[in-house]
Design a protein around this ligand. Sequence first.
Ligand code: ATR
Length: 267
Amino acid sequence: MHTAAIRKLKLNADYQAMHVRPDALAEPVNLMRKGFLDGFNVTVPHKLAIIKYLDALTPAAKKIGAVNTVYRRGKKVIGDNTDGAGFLASLKHQAGFHPRGKNCVIIGAGGAALGIAHALAASKCKTLTVINRSAANADKICLSVKKAQKMTQVKSIEVRHKISATPAALEALLDTDLVINTTTLGMKGIKWPDLGWVKKLGKKTLIADIVYNPRKTPLLGAAKKQKLRTLEGYGMLLYQGALAFTLFTRRKAPVEVMERALLRSLA
Ligand code: ATR
């Protein structure tokens, strides 16, 4: 999608994959300092380890404690995290959903959940409930969000077996405006243990999945059966990339062109 955007804007640029071992993480940053690179994205397992090589972090990267985009401003090499803002942009542009004053439920408590939780709280959602199989990880997210945003009420719920068999989880889901799956459940080859809870959701609920392979996940399929609104997972990937593109190039990202390229490659 970056290559498609570069071509569309006729930029003299190139976006390539670089294999970097953990002990060589300083190298891409040095290439930036020498002017050979304008920026790069960082993915697993380097999102935390890259931080010590950078000059500054944006507020989002600081709150999340992880970086997915590195760009330069003047002589400074800056780390940002566009995942949460990317999810928010997808919510707004692809589903017309604005989190302010809304009840939101996040399923899962990994890195993606943390970014999304901060982004939703920063846009002043009313409540944020984190449902996860291990309470400790959900609690960590709640604590981190509480520190950053006092207005949002946050709560964690542990689900050991099935969501449908956990009354506290069902209660939160009954009254929610938005449900987001951030776990790996529904990825090719990974089955949901139970999707019966989708039948209990109110008609106003928007169901979002961040799984994008397959695009039509079992969760989105179950939501469609109930005639609920759904949001596909590729949107977060698209918009985190569009935001990164603008940080690298200082140009408005041609989102439609990027979307077509992304969907072609996912297909
Ligand atoms: P990412 O960084 O992409 O968010 P992650 O950090 O591996 O990925 O987080 C995955 C999340 O999905 C975790 O919250 C994990 O639950 P735990 O915190 O209990 O480990 C959740 N998850 C993964 N596989 C799961 C499964 N089979 N059932 C329920 N939750 C699962």
